[in-house]
Structures are given as structure tokens and as C-alpha cells.
Design a protein around this ligand. Structure first.
Ligand code: 5GP
Length: 202
């Protein structure tokens, strides 16, 4: 069986990447999502085990110590990390998996898994990003300010990615992301068994 693909998706808070990913998963339920372990407080509307596992700092540090994380980072004072085993399992079972991480997490994954394909979701403008963050209304002014500063730093590093998708229309951006995944599925290294299957019958 050929291996599954690892797709790393980043984009600053307010880039709309959650909506883009939701659209993609609604149409492509065969694709897996890597559920991150994080230590920040749950926001209204979030559910345990959906996008994140909300764990204590002690539990997170235990995971680091036991080498259970593919990558991890501190973002606005909280730990965020990608559990390693579900990603390895997906790849070995030939399933595609999307890992949503910040730019530092993406850099760590690139080093460990050079075959991972990285995609940056870009907001159409900084004004729009600000409007989306403020409009969310779930965080303090100070936290929004921190997220905006961090967004600027992330956008400056977008050139490290294999692909950039501008999210001015979430449905179109989901389609673009799916096009990247479809193109990767056609790569020769993922289809080596087809060559043998055809040759076996000649
Ligand atoms: P939020 O608190 O808005 O849900 O996420 C904050 C940032 O953390 C976002 O840029 C998001 O992509 C990133 N993030 C989410 N999960 C992970 C993870 O497992 N590892 C890392 N490094 N970043 C993550």
C-alpha cells in the first residue's frame, strides 16, 4: 500500500482557515484531521476532541517528555502540539491527513517529515484580518492585539510554504486546497504500485 500524504496548513488567526478546512472536510470525509493538544482555555462554541484536546500544562509537558509530539510551540502563552502517533498511523494506512499548525510548528514538521506538503492560507488584506479578529468578539483587546502582532510575523514567513492560498472566498479556497491534495495523490511516488500492477499483467 502506498503511504498517505501529510498536508500542513497554516494561516494567522482570522485568516479564515477553519472555514476553509470545514468546507474541505464536508466534501471529502476520507481526509483525516490531526487533533492538536493545547493548554489554552476552551472558547465558546468549541468542543473537546473536535479540533483540539484541551489538556493541562502538566499533561502537555509529560507528552513532550515522552516524545509523543511531532512538534509543539508556545503561542500567546499557551502550548499547542501535534500528537505524533495519529499522524504516523494515517501515513502508514495510506490516508491523507491535514495538520493545522502555526509557522513554527510547520518549520518543525518540515525538518522531521520533508515529504510533507505545506500550505499557507492568506487573508485578502490586513484590514480584513483585523475586522475578522475583532468581529469574533470572544477575546480581550489585549489578546486581539497579541494575535494581530503574531499574524504579521506569520505572514512574513509565508514564503517558506509550498503553496499560498488567498482566502477571499472560503469555498474557492477549499477547492484550491483540494486541488493541491489531488495533485499530490497523482505523484509518481504515491502510485508506484500502479506501475507494477500494469506490468504484472503484460
Ligand atoms: P487558536 O488559539 O486561534 O485556535 O490557534 C492559535 C494558533 O495555533 C493558530 O495559528 C493555529 O494554527 C495554531 N495551532 C493550532 N494547533 C497547533 C498545533 O498543534 N501546533 C502548533 N504549533 N500550532 C497550532
Amino acid at each position: 500500500m502506498s503511504k498517505g500524504g501529510v498536508f500542513v496548513v497554516s494561516g494567522p488567526s482570522g485568516s479564515g482557515k477553519d472555514t476553509v478546512l470545514k468546507g474541505l472536510f464536508a466534501e471529502n470525509p476520507d481526509i483525516l484531521f490531526s487533533i492538536s493538544s493545547i493548554t489554552r482555555a476552551m472558547r465558546p462554541g468549541e468542543r473537546e476532541g473536535e479540533k483540539y484536546n484541551f489538556i493541562s500544562r502538566e499533561h502537555f509537558e509529560e507528552m513532550i517528555k515522552n516524545d509523543l509530539l511531532l512538534e509543539h510551540n508556545v503561542f500567546v502563552g499557551n502550548y499547542y502540539g501535534t500528537p505524533r502517533i495519529p499522524v504516523e498511523k494515517a501515513v502508514s494506512e495510506g490516508r491523507d491527513i491535514i495538520i493545522e499548525v502555526d509557522v513554527n510548528g510547520a518549520a518543525q514538521i518540515r525538518k522531521k517529515l520533508p515529504e510533507a506538503v505545506t500550505v499557507f492560507i492568506m487573508p485578502p488584506s490586513f484590514e480584513e484580518l483585523k475586522r475578522r479578529l475583532v468581529g469574533r468578539g470572544t477575546e480581550s483587546e489585549e489578546l486581539i492585539e497579541k494575535r494581530l502582532r503574531s499574524a504579521l510575523d506569520e505572514i512574513k514567513r509565508a514564503e517558506e510554504y509550498d503553496y499560498i492560498i488567498v482566502n477571499d472566498d472560503a469555498a474557492a479556497a477549499s477547492q484550491s486546497l483540494m486541488s493541491v491534495i489531488k495533485a499530490c495523490r497523482l505523484k509518481t511516488e504515491r502510485q508506484k504500485n500502479i506501475i507494477n500492477e500494469v506490468l504484472e499483467k503484460c
